[in-house]
Design a binder for this molecule. Sequence first.
Ligand SMILES: [Zn+2]
Length: 249
Amino acid sequence: MGLSLTVLGCSGSYAAAGEACSGYLIRSGQTSVWVDCGPGTLSTLQQNIELTEVDAIIVSHHHPDHCAELPVVYNAYKYFTSVSKIKVVSTSDVRRVTDAFQSEGDSSDIFDWEIVGDGSVCEVGDISVCFSRTDHPVETLAMRFNCGNQSIVYTSDTGKNWSVSKLGFGADIVLGEGTLLNHNADSNIPHISCGHLAAEANEARAQQLIVTHVPPGSDPSKHLEEAAAVFDGQVELATTGRTFSTTNN
Ligand SMILES: [Zn+2]
């Protein structure tokens, strides 16, 4: 049994018309993990599974395009499901901004928080998750999901001073941010180009590369083209609703 990755939303910075910001559903045969809660992803999650079927929510950092749905998710669990607690794994800042939405300043009656950082490992069912801090203005965690001998790496957001290989080599899938193109990459922008991402994925000997976090207004086909020109294996573009599987590699 492999791991699957379903895209719940993939717009970078803000959602394009009819789209959602970052969110992914990672599943083994028995475990479901919702990764990043960008605005709009609660809706698309429910097109795939019930809220009651989610085993844990993992949020990479507290930029709003990755976490701003969480206070709404709190409402959904609290008032509309029989779930007493849902595990939320994140940086301390994600908890801080989420708690701020509650009248008592505390969301822990519903969210069972597990605060993680660089080098942390957490277990959700039969999926083990390792974290690595990226090069981004706020504490941001890339992560590697391992289940049996299958693995998926998610870069979250990062600048050039972090390497995919910090999470090991040979992942079946690297889901990587390709916010920029080589021609508009700028050291003042805390994101990487698709060409840089593809070179990083080669270095980490990834089997398959999925490009995500393309901002509205940028032509996705150009992002795919730039990554495909560099990456040694198969390159795909994240699109909402699409599912990728490690067993296809
Ligand atoms: Zn960010």
